[in-house]
Design a protein around this ligand. Sequence first.
Ligand code: NOJ
Ligand code: CA
Length: 547
Amino acid sequence: MRMTYTSDLWWKNAVVYCLDVETFKDGNGDGIGDFRGLTQEIDYLAGLGITCLWLMPFYPTPNKDDGYDVTDFYSVDPRLGTLGDFVEFMRTAHDRGLRVIADLVVNHTSDQHPWFVESRSGRDSPRRDWYVWSDTPEPNPKEVVFPDKEDSVWEHDPHTGQYYLHTFYRHQPDLNVANPEVRDEIARVLGFWMELGLSGFRVDAVPFLIENVSPELADPHDFLAELRAFMTRRKGGSVLLGEVNLEYDQLLEYFGDGLGDQLTMCFDFVAMQRAWLSLARRDAGPLASALRERPEPPKDCQWAMFLRNHDELTLDKLTEDERQEIFAAFGPDKDMQIFGRGLRRRLPPMFGGDERRIKMAYSLLFSLPGTPVLFYGEEIGLGEDLSAEGRMAVRTPMRWSAEGGFTQAERPVRAMPDGPNVADHRRDNDSLLRWIQLLIERYRESLELAWGDHTVLDAGDPAVLAHRCDADGATIVAVHNLDDRECEAELDLTGLERCVLTDLLVDGTVKVPGSGRVRLPLDPYGCRWLRVSAPEVSPEDASVKAQ
Ligand code: NOJ
Ligand code: CA
């Protein structure tokens, strides 16, 4: 039976695509990507099949942290366009059926934000309490996030003689969310952008955001529940997708425990890191154990799955030995590593450009339980630029044609090393772009993957990850070979005896024997998505039934 879910829970089977307006497409020829350029490429994105755009920060900014340092939450960075351009972009996106969410960066502001300028102007400033001030650099309760640039989360302000808290860089003072005025203002920011059509937000640095609410609210999580309730009142079906890089036992709280009244989705940093360990070892074990340990989010909530994003590939949840294994496999040069915990690389070069392996990794991403999130350029295998500073290595401009095609200007906002491009991928039916398009199409058709119960299966070979997704009597079985040798998975599909498995990625079927044990040959880095259909009824069986 094929399912026909229609639901307001659109995020359950969304395909999210993250991009930075600044590096996607320049529409006015000044070398900087902008909303006009992005609007021109909406048809490309709709054609790819993605369903939700996640815009990285596009607000006015001194750009000391690539836009994560905001000076005005109610406007568009003039380099990227105007509010008018934004609204035209939203209209076009909606016309093509795409939803849009955006980064909500309210743990901190830029130190050039007028609020902070006012706050630091004097101890008696009306906005003094909008930031977190202290007479002493309190013993650091937490580690600095960017150890290459900071050694404390407190910065002395000579003018007023106090210290302010900055979880990230010193130019990003933390907002004081214990102050109800600040919480109201944050809700106003949400309301503003929702009114302009956003379907929700990717919430930056959630654990840091809520940690300072106490003792104002009994439970810091009440703040998230307040925000979610506000959004639901304004616009049902809007989402909060949280950056919460914590272990599973702490994560459930961010969904609102059993209630599901806080974040709608959380990125699964644990499974992401274990997936990389599995890929490095060519052993499905670490990923399989993460999926088995992972708690079920409350009803209507969901995990978000990703392999790479705009930050370093953080490996902070692994042991030092495990991290070193991944460094050795995918980023052996010191220059590829960052913060002592991650890699500043994109996926294709980590696999030495091996297309079979790259394609298998994305097949894995789309088949795993959780909403898949792509980072722009992943669909064409865009590489990195290690000559760029720090995390900027993975944030090079999108490549549209052999010449680049990002801008008419001679000097793009960031260097554009040679690499793959959209035009070439479009001409080639075997390209990564076509493969990603196929995966998205199958994923969107296969609601079992998004809505179903997932079970990791014993595959009989350590290199193979096998799992099944069941929903309402429909089943898909997915198998992935993480190694570059041929192998055979042997699965126990008891209960599905004599059913037919139809391959969704290539032509072909396999029949489950009467024993329920099925053998599936896999190419090196082979991957198969198999839809289960009931056995055909033989004429003999039919006549028995008719009697
Ligand atoms: C998390 C973002 O992903 C990262 O890029 C940024 O530097 C920090 N938050 C600070 O906003
Ligand atoms: Ca421009």
